[in-house]
Design a protein around this ligand. Structure first.
Ligand code: SAH
Length: 381
């Protein structure tokens, strides 16, 4: 493994983190705003480009800091316009990222971890096991890569990336600090300036982390439910054994209560034939959805080799949807996109090294003690 420079990568510092950094090197805090704009609005890759900063400060910065973006190893464009990248991170592991165009909306699906420890039964990322958390720089670097793929950097160009969802590899709330720092940059007017309604963290339901997020951030929240009762959810989403539906719903309601606008939780429900797609599941799910302000996003299962699951028929999907719609809940069915480049949900596998050992360590920490500290640090090392 090549030795990494120990200079601090400024790409990953949140707006307040950058102010603290400038203070720590004896400079004024307002430098943070200047540098934020250079990094995230101009796409600067060197300090030399920062022409409103004195040469001596630029030199000082080059000594203690750098600007390191993850390396793109592959870019594919699907016939439906979906773009997919394989991106190599420090240390050699790679992750996948997708940009999905739909009308004027371009949604970037970013990864937060290399692999995932949660082991949901139908997710191919989970089958890869867990390797490590991505740094904030590696997360925000994904957005930079996507924006630059359209030509010279211009994040104000609305047409490039309009929405970001943390629905790639990993459980974002188990990489709490780095994900929060990255979302702050995404939503900051001096950086990417995306609206808080257009940046969404998707979680399998790590309740203490949702509670920690409440009041700290106003990012939008999606929750992967996938089953309308604990018995089934315990099987499909094992983290449910630790944080059952009732606690999850209470935590979601608490999160919404802390927001100063009216928003709903996006509930994700992957439909698997004969598993959770029956009318009685829909009826039960409706009761769950009524316990919090929500809208439903149905995801027909995306197959991968040896998954053991199938996608339901179009009729079964339509029937399921109708029951929920009749109950008055806004429901969308996610179209399968980027199929020809393996870019659909749950098909993002990247290349995960050294997986089993780390996964076990990670999960055992989670089950024994999911206090704030372990949530933030369990994945490191
Ligand atoms: N850990 C986060 C992000 C995961 S990926 C979470 O659980 O929300 C985003 C969504 O894709 C999740 O709802 C996940 O359950 C779903 N998904 C995973 N594998 C899938 C598959 N094979 N087919 C359809 N959806 C899948």
């Amino acid at each position: 493994m090549p030795k990494q420079p120990d200079r601090i990568n400024l790409l990953g510092l949140s707006p307040s983190g950058l102010e603290t950094f400038f203070e720590s090197i004896g400079e004024k805090r307002f430098r943070a705003t200047q540098v934020l704009k250079w990094l995230h609005q101009q796409g600067a890759s060197s300090f030399d480009e920062m022409t409103n900063i004195s040469k001596s400060l630029r030199q000082k910065l080059a000594e203690v800091a750098d600007i390191r973006e993850p390396e793109v190893v592959l870019e594919k464009i699907s016939t439906d316009g979906t773009r997919k990248w394989v991106i190599r991170m420090d240390g050699g592991s790679s992750i996948e990222m997708v940009l999905i165009p739909e009308g004027s909306r371009k949604t970037l699906c970013v990864s937060s971890q290399v692999g995932c420890a949660l082991d949901c039964s139908f997710c191919s990322t989970g089958k890869q096991g867990f390797n490590r958390n991505l740094s904030a720089a590696e997360i925000i670097g994904q957005l930079r890569v996507a924006i630059r793929s359209f030509g010279p950097f211009d994040p104000k160009d609305e047409r490039r990336v309009t929405n970001v969802v943390f629905m790639g590899m990993g459980e974002p709330l188990l990489n709490f600090d780095n994900v929060v720092a990255a979302t702050e940059l995404m939503m900051d007017d001096n950086a990417y300036g995306l609206s808080k309604r257009r940046v969404t963290i998707s979680t399998a339901g790590v309740v203490p982390a949702i509670d920690k997020l409440a009041g700290l951030s106003d990012v939008s929240l999606a929750v992967s439910i996938h089953a309308p009762n604990d018995a089934l959810r315990d099987q499909l989403v094992p983290v449910n054994r630790r944080y059952p539906l009732k606690e999850l719903i209470a935590s979601c309601n608490n999160y919404l209560k802390h927001l100063n606008d009216k928003r709903v939780i996006t509930v994700e429900y992957t439909l698997m034939e004969g598993v959770n797609d029956q009318p009685e599941h829909a009826t039960q799910l409706l009761k769950v959805l009524r316990k919090m302000p929500s809208k439903l996003n149905l995801i027909p299962f995306n197959p991968f080799p040896n998954s053991g699951y199938n996608k339901p028929s179009a009729d079964a999907i339509a029937r399921f949807k109708q029951i929920i719609v009749n109950g008055g809940i806004i429901t969308t069915v996610r179209k399968t996109r980027g199929d020809d480049v393996d870019a659909a949900c749950g098909q993002l596998v990247g290349q995960v090294e050294d997986r089993t050992r780390r996964s076990q360590k990670y999960l055992s920490v989670l089950q024994l003690d999911a206090s704030d500290e372990t949530l933030t640090h369990a994945g490191e090392g």
